[in-house]
Design a protein. Sequence first.
Length: 192
Amino acid sequence: VLKLHSDTESGWAARMLENFDEVLLDHAHCEKKAAGVAVRLIFQYPAFPFMMEPLSALAREELAHFEEVLGWLERRGLGFRRQKPSAYAGRLRRAVRTAEPERLLDLLLCGALIEARSCERLGLLADALGEDPLGRFYAGLRKAEARHHGLYVDLACEVAGRAAVEARLPELADHEAEILDTAPREARLHSA
Ligand SMILES: [Fe+2]
Ligand SMILES: [Fe+2]
């Protein structure tokens, strides 16, 4: 069960397929960033040893996704390159409070929401692509991102307690939905 506060509109996946090379490149960057988020938490929070192994495994899995998307880029005759990211992650991060332990709670819950949204969006792409091999690849990722969502929620509960998570997650989910609601239409996974 994803805790998102909005559903992506029905025409979104078809629009993304119109400019899919750009979306695939964005997807590669997103997998790289997902690995980076997990690694940064390992560096910043050694005081929470129970987070180390799951975050390390998560980072490895995201890097494996990154390599797989690089493979799809190559198969389409495209190279990896710099790309202007969507404003989504940066805007989401602005809601992270600066004092601890609130900061860690917010970072974990933002991670949970990003994974949930990725799960929703990659699933929409999987449905739109159908039996195409790329569609099957996305169907696999949808399951992985759902699991990552659950992992971040579980870590947040262990760090701050379930009551704190249940109080804060809906606030951040409102913020996340608002960001996408006001996002530009562009060929990015986290666009409008
Ligand atoms: Fe991933
Ligand atoms: Fe993920």
